[in-house]
Design a binder for this molecule. Structure first.
Ligand code: CO
Length: 171
């Protein structure tokens, strides 16, 4: 089932998520709902806080070489931590909580992460390039931050002005 994705400037997006303590059916339902929501919204990643659940859970599902988003490539990460970062890269990012806005953001090029899967099994993964970007973007949600916080002051001001105008139009 899909859930509603909360969008900027919803204050909940600034909340720091808490660790999952129980790997139960409630967690599995949330993960399944997050997947359905991400696919329905044409996203490649989603953090639980984006569906208003402040828990350390993220999913990532990048398109493969044929540009198709195969569910077998889905990453489900519970209580993830980044244990290593190096290099830098620039990548144009977007976010389902800041719909219709894309900007180039500087991130680490290579990372190592540790996390648990939906059954509480400990996992680790190395990621580079787009996958490393996706991990860092989603991890930031869990810390209560958004990618737009990386913008320069000038770009951020421009964004805020544009966003206010759009919110007014929607009303
Ligand atoms: Co996002």
């Amino acid at each position: 089932m899909t859930r509603e994705v909360i969008t900027y400037p919803n204050k909940l997006l600034r909340e720091k998520s808490k660790d999952v303590l129980k790997f139960d059916t409630e967690l599995h339902t949330l993960l399944d709902d997050m997947y359905d929501t991400m696919i329905a919204e044409n996203g490649v990643g989603l953090a639980a806080i984006q569906v208003a659940i402040p828990l350390n859970i993220l999913i990532i599902n990048l398109p493969d070489e044929e540009d198709t988003q195969e569910k077998e490539n889905l990453i489900e990460a519970i209580n993830p931590i980044i244990t290593h970062k190096d290099g830098t890269q620039l990548f144009v990012e977007g976010c389902l909580s800041v719909p219709g806005f894309n900007e180039e953001i500087k991130r680490a090029q290579h990372i190592v992460v540790e996390y648990f899967d939906r059954n509480g099994q400990k996992k680790s993964m190395e990621a580079e390039d787009f996958l490393a970007v996706a991990w860092q973007h989603e991890m930031e949600h869990l810390a209560g931050h958004l990618f737009i916080e990386h913008l320069s002051i000038i770009k951020r001001k421009k964004f805020e002005k544009e966003w206010k105008r759009r919110l007014k139009e929607k009303r």
